[in-house]
Design a protein. Structure first.
Length: 369
């Protein structure tokens, strides 16, 4: 006998991973943001974050909002592909030359490993009990800071509504040939996982048919959003977008009704060897503060007390996405590499310069942009 999962039951399951009593050693932060701000000023007023992303200025909105809220505190956010940042951090740890105070990446599999290696600070920001339990480590070694999702972005000005693609097979419409832009699937694991879910559902024949649509292939997941907005392309499924549409924008983010889409909570952690631990704590507390989660981030919050944007449900209520499934995929590196190699047979080797540029081995400030 099957049991129907109502939205309330789904949320209850998400909450069922609540912290056991044995993990009470680290208490949540009790100081206010203003008190943490004063601590940060005394420390020197600077924090360095290595953040996963696609362009040097992709975190400028976060930087500006943080520095406006805390005058005199400098937020240095260095953006690079997560798969390069984690390698950079591993090398810095191995050579005793760690630069970042905070690491904020898509490579979810790195955090349990770094925790096991003992390089992460056990720290629970204020409001810890309001973060979905599935999005935080029991000991406070890491926490999700925002929920991201890759799905359809369509140029609604140039593409007739009847042709807006929502489901995977909609991208096989002959009217979209030469008009789709995609991140190289063998270059980004979240895009790769989109294909993994679709191949599991529709088989490899789908990939062959999509390749025959002659999609434009780009590096990074910001470029597809930009290309659809500009009209260079008309549709993509390899990027995120604002849940509350901008009335002035040419493009719009849309979820499928039936086919799977990719979602996950981007994770952040403070290193034990952080040179600016007090300012790092201020950054994490501000990033997870209810006001920031409500007004700065544009997709889903990791907090249970922040309502989704109008017209959307909590991420746990969608039957066609499972944030924990992406984490499971990312953790099985052998499976990831096998699937990546097969995708390369269809799309070829990745070409083009990396969209964030080349920050080098020990970047401490963002590249010029």
């Amino acid at each position: 006998m099957s049991i129907a999962l109502t939205p309330a039951k789904i949320i209850a399951l998400a909450l069922s991973a609540a912290i056991p009593a044995s993990y009470a050693a680290v208490a949540p932060e009790k100081q206010t943001l203003d008190q943490l701000y004063q601590n940060a000023l005394k420390e020197g007023g600077e924090v360095i974050v290595y953040a996963g992303g696609d362009t040097p200025g992709q975190q400028d909105g976060i930087k500006q909002a943080f520095e406006k809220r805390f005058p005199g505190v400098k937020l240095n956010v260095i953006v690079d592909y997560s798969k390069f940042h984690d390698a950079r951090i591993d090398n810095q740890l191995a050579t005793n030359s760690l630069v970042p105070d905070v690491v904020q990446l898509q490579t979810l599999q790195d955090y349990p490993r770094w925790k096991q290696e003992g390089v992460l600070m056990n720290y629970k920001p204020a409001g810890w009990d309001k973060i979905w339990p599935a999005f935080r480590d029991n000991d406070g070694a890491w926490t999700g800071v925002f929920v991201d999702a890759f799905s359809n972005v369509v140029n609604t000005r140039q593409l007739p509504e009847a042709q807006w693609p929502r489901e995977a097979k909609d991208y096989l419409n002959p009217a979209l040939k030469d008009k789709i832009v995609l991140t190289w699937p063998n270059d980004d694991d979240a895009v790769l996982f989109w294909f993994k879910q679709v191949v599991d559902q529709y088989g490899w024949d789908y990939v062959a048919k999509l390749k025959a649509q002659n999609p434009m292939l780009v590096r990074g997941t910001q470029a597809p959003a930009d290309d659809v907005e500009s009209g260079k392309a008309l549709a993509t499924f390899s990027t995120d977008g604002m849940l509350s549409p901008d009335a002035q924008a040419n493009s719009r983010f849309m979820l499928p009704t039936h086919d799977p889409f990719v979602s996950w909570a981007q994770r952040a952690a403070i290193f034990k060897k952080a040179k600016h631990p007090e300012t790092a704590k201020l950054y994490l507390n501000w990033l997870l503060d209810k006001n920031t989660q409500s007004n700065v981030w544009y997709m889903w919050s990791v907090r249970t007390d922040v309502a989704p944007a109008k017209g959307y449900k909590h991420i746990w209520e969608y039957k066609n996405t499972h944030p924990e499934a992406f984490e499971k995929f990312m953790s099985n590196r052998a499976e990831v590499e096998r699937f990546r190699a097969q995708m390369t047979l269809y799309f070829g080797e990745v070409t083009g310069e990396p969209s964030p540029g080349w920050p080098g081995l020990h970047p401490s400030t963002a590249l010029a942009h």
